[in-house]
Design a protein around this ligand. Structure first.
Ligand code: FAD
Length: 509
C-alpha cells in the first residue's frame, strides 16, 4: 500500500500536510517530483526558475534523508509516471498540495484526478496558501485566510518508510537541463536552508525600516525579505513566515519601529494570497484582460522594435534600462520597479500586456502565476477598478536613485555622468558628452511625456466609449480588496443559491 507524496510548488518537509498525513499512515512513501518537459516549455517558464527548483530539490532530498527516505525525481508526463508507479509499486494513494497555476497545471491536475479516480487510487490534496477553491463569496475570504495562517505549523516527519524496491529511472536533479532561456549570471540560490537563513536575517535585522526602504532599487535588495522564490516554490512555508513575523512583531520587547515594519511585511503576505485568489477564481486572467471590455484597448500587433528595446534594456530611459538589465542579471527586482517596467511597456511604449508579461515571467526567478498575471494587468490599467498609474521614468529616477548609483552600476555607458545629468542623458550638449561620456548610450524610443499624455487620453476615451458599469461592478465584486473603505458592491445572485460560478471553481467538482 504505497503512498505517493507529489511535490510541486511545496519543496520542503516542514509544515507539509500531505507528507505529515503520509507519515502517519506508517506505509511506504514515494516522495516524488516529476520534471515535466511540457511545463518547462511553456512561454512563462525558464531555466532560471528551474535553477532555483533544482537547488530546492537537492535540499529536499537531504531533508527526506533525515527521515530515512529519499526524493525520487523522474522525468516525463505525470500520467505516464503514475501508470508506471502503479505497475512497479502498486501505489494506492496520491497526496499533494493544491496548486493555483496557469491553465496548463489546472489541466494536468484535472487529468491526474481523473486517472486516480479511474484506477481507484485515493487522491487527496491540502491547501498550503490562504487561497480558497470554490470560493462563493469574496467577503468570506479574509476570515479563511486568517484561519489558515493561525493553524499550527506542522513539524517535518521524523520517519517516512521508504519503498521496498527503488524506483527505476530516478534521476539526480543536478544533471537535468530544461528548455532554454536567458542564463542568469547571478541567481538567487534555492533550498529550505537558504530560505530559513533569509527569514532569520530579515526578522532579526533587515526588516527595520522596511516600509521606507523597499521602493528604491538601491536599498530594496537588502530591505526586502527576498523570500519570494522560496514562497513561490514552497521551500519555506508562508504560514511559518507569517507566524514568525507575528511572534517577533507582537513581542512586547520589540522596538515599535520594528513592530511597524513587520506589520507592513505581514500585509504583503496577505496580498500574496489575495492576488493568487484572483487567478483561482478566474483562470482566464492568464490570457485575457480582467475587465473584459478593456481587452480590445490595444488593437494590432505590438511594435516589435519597441518590444525588443524594452526587453534588452535599450529604451534610452536610464532607470528603466537599469532595472531590466539588473533583472536580467539577477532574476529579481523590487515591486516598485516591476510596476514601472510594466507600466512603461503598456503606456509610453503602448505594447499589449501579454508579451511584456511573459517576458517578465521568464526573467523572474519567483514567477508566481496568480500574482504575476494580476499585477501585470493592474499595472497596465486592465482591471478597470484601480486608478491609472502612469510612471514618469525620469521622476522615478530622480526620486529613487538621486545620485544615479543604481544606473551607473547597470549601465556602464553612463558611469561617468554627474548625478544631475544621469537621469536625462539625451539633454546633454555635445560638449558635455565629450567631457563625461554617454555617447554610446541609445537615444530614447520616444518623448516619454508626450507618449504618456497620448496614452492617458486614449485610455480615458476607450473607457468612456466601451466600458460599462456592470462589468466594472462584476470585477469589483469578484476581485476587489475588502480592505479600506466599504465599496458599493452589488450582490451576486449566485450567492443566494450557494452555487459556484464558472471556470476553475468547478474544475475539481
Ligand atoms: C508587474 C509585477 C509582477 C509581479 N510578479 C510577481 C511574481 O511573479 N511573483 C511574486 O512573488 N511576486 C510578484 N510581484 C509582487 C512583488 O513585486 C514581489 O512579490 C516582491 O518584489 C518579491 O520580493 P520580496 O520577497 O523581497 O518581497 P517582500 O516585500 O519581502 O514581500 C514578502 C512577500 O509578500 C508577497 N508580496 C509582496 N509584494 C506583493 C504584491 N505586490 N503582490 C502580491 N504579493 C506580494 C510575496 O510573496 C513576497 O515574497 C509582481 C509585482 C509586479 C508589479
Amino acid at each position: 500500500m504505497t503512498t505517493v507524496v507529489w511535490f510541486k510548488r511545496d519543496l520542503r518537509t516542514h509544515d507539509h500536510a500531505p507528507l505529515a498525513a503520509a507519515a502517519e499512515l506508517g506505509a511506504p512513501v514515494i516522495a516524488l517530483y516529476v520534471v515535466e518537459d511540457d511545463y518547462w516549455n511553456l512561454p512563462d517558464s525558464s531555466d532560471r526558475q528551474w535553477g532555483f527548483v533544482r537547488d530546492s530539490l537537492a535540499d529536499l532530498d537531504r531533508q527526506l534523508a533525515r527521515a530515512d527516505n529519499r526524493l525520487t525525481v523522474l522525468r516525463g508526463d505525470m500520467i505516464s509516471v503514475l501508470k508506471s508507479l502503479k505497475r512497479s509499486h502498486d501505489i494506492q494513494r496520491v497526496f499533494c498540495h493544491q496548486e493555483t497555476g496557469g491553465q496548463w497545471t489546472f489541466d494536468r491536475d484535472k487529468a491526474v484526478i481523473g486517472w486516480c479516480d479511474e484506477q481507484q487510487v485515493e487522491f487527496r490534496e491540502w491547501n498550503q496558501f490562504g487561497v480558497v477553491r470554490r470560493l462563493t463569496d469574496r467577503d468570506l475570504w479574509d476570515r479563511a485566510w486568517t484561519d489558515l495562517m493561525r493553524r499550527p505549523v506542522l513539524p517535518a516527519p521524523g520517519h517516512l518508510p521508504a519503498p521496498g524496491t527503488p524506483v527505476d529511472g530516478a534521476l539526480a536533479p543536478k544533471d537535468i537541463e530544461v528548455a532554454a532561456g536567458a542564463a542568469c549570471p547571478d541567481p538567487q540560490a534555492g533550498g529550505s536552508g537558504k530560505g530559513e537563513s533569509l527569514l532569520k536575517s530579515f526578522l532579526e535585522r533587515r526588516c527595520i525600516g522596511y516600509q521606507y526602504n523597499i521602493s528604491s532599487p538601491n536599498t530594496a535588495v537588502t530591505a526586502c525579505s527576498r523570500l519570494s522564490p522560496h514562497i513561490a516554490y514552497g521551500s519555506v512555508s508562508l504560514r511559518h513566515i507569517y507566524q514568525q513575523a507575528k511572534a517577533i512583531g507582537g513581542h512586547r520587547n520589540t522596538l515599535p519601529r520594528k513592530q511597524k515594519s513587520l506589520t507592513s511585511f505581514r500585509s504583503r503576505l496577505h496580498w500574496h494570497c489575495h492576488f493568487i485568489q484572483k487567478l483561482e477564481d478566474e483562470p482566464e486572467l492568464e490570457f485575457r484582460a480582467m475587465h473584459r471590455e478593456m481587452e480590445h484597448l490595444k488593437s494590432g500587433p505590438n511594435d516589435s522594435e519597441r518590444l525588443q528595446r524594452w526587453q534588452e534594456g535599450q529604451t534610452g530611459w536610464p532607470l528603466v534600462d537599469a532595472c531590466m538589465r539588473a533583472l536580467n542579471h539577477t532574476g529579481w527586482i523590487n515591486f516598485r520597479m516591476r510596476a514601472m517596467l510594466m507600466a512603461v511597456a503598456s503606456y509610453q511604449l503602448w505594447l499589449h500586456w501579454r508579451d511584456p508579461a511573459l517576458h517578465l515571467a521568464r526573467l523572474f526567478t519567483d514567477f508566481e502565476p496568480g500574482i504575476h498575471y494580476s499585477q501585470t494587468q493592474m499595472q497596465s490599467g486592465l482591471t478597470g477598478i484601480n486608478a491609472l498609474r502612469i510612471y514618469n521614468p525620469v521622476m522615478q529616477s530622480q526620486k529613487l536613485d538621486p545620485e544615479g548609483e543604481f544606473i551607473r552600476r547597470w549601465i556602464p555607458e553612463l558611469a561617468g555622468l554627474p548625478a544631475e545629468m544621469i537621469h536625462t542623458p539625451w539633454l546633454m550638449t555635445p560638449a558635455q558628452k565629450e567631457r563625461f561620456g554617454g555617447n554610446t548610450y541609445i537615444a530614447p524610443v520616444c518623448d516619454h511625456q508626450q507618449a504618456a499624455r497620448v496614452a492617458r487620453k486614449a485610455v480615458g476615451e476607450f473607457r468612456r466609449q466601451h466600458v460599462s458599469r456592470s462589468e466594472t461592478e462584476r470585477v469589483l465584486d469578484r476581485h476587489g480588496s475588502r480592505k479600506g473603505p466599504v465599496q458599493n458592491r452589488p450582490k451576486h445572485p449566485e450567492r443566494k443559491t450557494g452555487k459556484t460560478s464558472d471556470s476553475q471553481l468547478s474544475l475539481f467538482d
